[in-house]
Design a protein around this ligand. Structure first.
Ligand code: ADP
Ligand code: ASP
Ligand code: MG
Length: 439
């Protein structure tokens, strides 16, 4: 068994859907996990925003425009009128469902149901296309096996049991399912957060004991810096699970932040491939740690830093526990932390409970908050014997104000907190100075 995940761009046009149909038409049994066609989830987010605001006329306009776009897709994708009509019926039923929400109270639950339509459509279209091509495939619904628990964590036991049951029902070599979407512990439609199809693929890989999870996207694997901000970045052949997990967590958009963990736990190799250039090697992610030194750089935005200053910290034990408890109560995870004898600085990437957290922290000391920060994360294999990495990093960033530094938490990561306005320059300076020999 192998898992193939195709992202939004990889299923973004009728031509791409035709291309991936060729890629998956091999003898090995595979589960094909699809994202929504590129742009669709963003449009559905916008439609949901209008429905929340009861801007029903505008919402209907947007829905109609998206529906018309899908009608064009169907025209180009299928040859036969029978399949064109089948495709149109499918599209009409999904978009009528979205429009039906103009009559109801629109809450977060309805929004999740709206967002799920993108993946439900892309998978059904591929399934119909393969049928028209006389290629046998089965479509299974992720809503029948993918589930998160009350803490929003995947329920791995449930996923395995139910996925295997669905797989057993079919003899097809191509089993298609949706990425991103799932049910929550109440059985409602939910999702694994934006970019979550990578996470779906990894969880499905574990549940089906796949030999490999392949993430097919629009770039030839993980690059040594963020290509959205730095020119001339280079693809990396191999990374360990820990290195890839750090990059994913700290902003490399190519992988959902949590997507490496399940594969790492079950030791399933993850291969990143480029749909536009299937013969390129891409990046392999596995358990072995290979090569030393700095390998790649990523950055994560929307970081808030909270500083707590207190004279009571001096020689006190239990102070940190009190701080952590507050973050635990408000289910807010901490990214970076640095301490001095009189102050603790902590970063978070979720401001939902920022007000409550700072109110409670005020009882422990003087609290300062700064938003609009970014974590720049330098990832690699920093073995104990080798020296000089820190010097190279700080030399590169000598003109960038650095607010926090975290080094030594793992052998694979040096994190720096900078103002978001300095992020692009920091990424470029690090690129020029750290990878000079790569170019
Ligand atoms: P998909 O829709 O296939 O899931 P994404 O847009 O989520 O694709 O991820 C691919 C994009 O991630 C690339 O086009 C690239 O712009 C961006 N990206 C950010 N950091 C990196 C990196 N270090 N290596 C490769 N791509 C990266
Ligand atoms: N379609 C979802 C999104 O755009 C999930 C994904 O593409 O991975 O976030
Ligand atoms: Mg993605």
């Amino acid at each position: 068994m192998v898992v193939y995940k195709f992202g939004g761009t990889s299923v973004g046009t009728p031509e791409r859907i035709k291309e991936i149909s060729k890629l998956i038409n091999t003898d090995e049994t595979k589960i094909v996990v699809l994202s929504a066609m590129s742009g669709t989830t963003n449009k559905l987010v916008e439609i949901s925003r209008l429905l929340y605001g009861k801007e029903n006329l505008k919402a209907i306009e947007e829905v109609t425009a998206l529906q018309n776009y899908y009608f064009e897709v169907v025209e180009d994708l299928f040859l036969d009128d029978h399949f064109k009509n089948k495709g149109k019926e499918l599209i009409t039923s999904h978009f009528n469902y979205i429009i039906s929400f103009t009559e109801d109270l629109f809450t977060v639950h309805e929004e999740k149901a709206v967002l799920a339509q993108g993946e439900l459509l892309s998978t059904a279209l591929l399934h119909f296309y393969l049928e028209e091509q006389n290629i046998d495939s089965s479509l299974i619904s992720a809503l029948d096996f993918m589930r998160i628990d009350k803490d929003g964590e995947p329920d791995e036991f449930y996923i395995k049991e139910n996925l295997l049951r669905e797989i057993e029902k079919t003899s097809s070599k191509i089993i298609i399912t949706q990425g991103f979407i799932c049910r929550n512990s109440f059985g409602e439609v939910d999702n694994l957060k934006r970019g979550g199809s990578d996470y779906s693929a990894s969880l499905i890989g574990v549940a089906s004991s796949a030999r490999e999870v392949q993430i097919w996207t629009d770039i030839d694997g993980i690059h040594n810096n963020d290509p959205r901000f730095v020119e001339g970045t280079k693809s990396i052949d191999y990374l360990s699970y820990d290195e890839a997990a750090e990059l994913a967590y700290f902003g490399a958009k190519i992988l959902h932040p949590a997507s490496i963990q399940p594969s790492k736990k079950s030791n399933i190799p993850v291969r990143l491939k480029n749909t536009m250039s299937p013969l390129s090697e891409g990046t392999l992610i596995g358990s072995e740690i290979k090569g030393n030194g700095i390998k790649s750089i990523a950055a994560k935005d929307n970081i808030t830093v909270i500083k707590i200053k207190s004279g009571r910290m001096l020689l006190a034990y239990g102070f940190m526990r009190k701080i952590f408890e507050i973050f635990e109560i408000y289910k807010t995870s901490i990214d970076m932390i640095v301490t001095s004898e009189v102050a603790v600085s902590i970063t978070i990437d979720d401001n939902t409970y920022l007000k409550n957290i700072t109110e409670e922290l005020n009882n422990l000391g003087v609290v300062e908050v700064d938003e609009q920060m970014s974590i720049v994360c330098i990832v690699g294999n920093f073995i104990d014997e080798s020296k000089g990495y820190a010097l190279e990093i700080f030399k590169a960033l000598k003109n960038i104000p650095i607010r926090m530094i975290s080094y030594g938490g793992s052998r694979h990561n040096v994190s720096l907190l900078v103002n978001t306005s300095d992020k692009k320059e920091a990424l470029n300076l690090l690129n020029q100075n750290l990878f000079a020999d790569v170019y």
